[in-house]
Design a protein around this ligand. Structure first.
Ligand SMILES: [Zn+2]
Length: 302
């Protein structure tokens, strides 16, 4: 993937090396102030999510995929430190800021064509754990998007993990992951996430999972739409890039992950779709470049 010569996004908050759960609520700042939800609202949403078993955060794979240890952070809460904003200096940070910038350019253009305004998401780079508007963020959760503060949370060591654990390497595999998370932001901007999460509270666990699968496959398709437009505009794709993304999409399919961890797959518990579905929806977005092709909610569509 060609990326070095392009613009970096300033919507990056670098909390790496801050340790613990610092950089978020500590100083009384409210993550998600932009979204208009006060801290009370965030707590209430959190409680509803907890009571119904629905996590408002949208994760890249099952929450358990990278779980090494217990779910709770053992670390002490650190005093708040001012986060570094703007594109980081290191190579990986620059890469993430560049892909984010390209999603901003592509999605604001697509929204504009439809008479809408795209609001850029934020990106929080962290190591270990941090606070998010959707609760504590752990590296073990993998990258995720929090609709409540409209930020993508990313521990860049995930890309190393993808390589060693899932044999999904390559810069474009990493770009696909970022574009997938931004895809959730697009779903949020068009009002889809809120509707789906409301519906999920009224149906059975199996049906709620089925809805999650549709949300995830749509994000994969939107990542493909992004790749299509980004390449048309910036000529970013090099030989092997598409294969890297397809390989990554396939590596984090529910069936593959479940078979790896427990030896068999349970389709009712799928929340992200099978490897074949993820590959197929990414391709659909990539080949068409069209948002309209990403409707995973039509009957019989997946
Ligand atoms: Zn996702």
């Amino acid at each position: 993937m060609r990326w070095e010569d392009f613009r970096r996004s300033d919507n990056v908050e670098d909390r790496r090396g801050q340790g613990g759960l610092g950089g978020g609520l500590g100083g009384g700042r409210v993550p998600g102030g932009r979204g208009g939800l006060g801290i009370g609202g965030l707590i209430i949403v959190g409680l509803i999510a907890w009571a119904t078993g629905i996590n408002p955060a949208v994760l890249i794979g099952g929450a358990e995929i990278l779980m090494g240890g217990g779910g709770q952070s053992q670390q002490q809460q650190q005093p708040s430190q001012s986060a570094n904003r703007g594109a980081p200096d290191d190579q990986l940070g620059q890469f993430a800021a560049t892909v984010l910038a390209q999603t901003e350019d592509v999605w604001s253009e697509i929204f504009k064509q439809q008479g809408k305004t795209y609001k850029d998401p934020g990106m929080v780079l962290f190591s270990g754990s941090t606070r998010s508007g959707c609760g504590a963020a752990q590296s073990a959760m993998g990258p995720f998007y929090c609709p409540l503060d409209q930020k993508v949370y990313l521990d860049l060591s995930f890309f190393q993990e993808m390589k060693t654990r899932f044999r999904a390497s390559g810069d474009f595999a990493a770009a696909y992951v970022i574009a997938h998370e931004v895809g959730h932001h697009v779903e949020n901007q068009i009002g889809l996430l809120a509707k789906v999460q409301e519906r999920q509270q009224q149906v059975s666990r199996a049906e709620a999972n089925q809805l999650s699968v549709r949300v995830e496959l749509m994000a994969d398709c939107l990542a493909g739409v992004w790749a299509n437009h980004a390449d048309a505009r910036f000529k970013i794709l090099e030989d092997g890039d598409i294969e890297e993304a397809l390989n990554a999409a396939s590596a984090i399919g529910d069936d593959r992950l479940q078979k790896q961890s427990q030896g068999y797959a349970v389709p009712d518990s799928f929340t992200h779709g099978t490897s074949a579905q993820r590959v197929s929806w990414f391709k659909r977005g990539l080949q068409s470049g069209s948002l309209q092709q990403c409707n995973t909610f039509g009957s019989g569509n997946i």
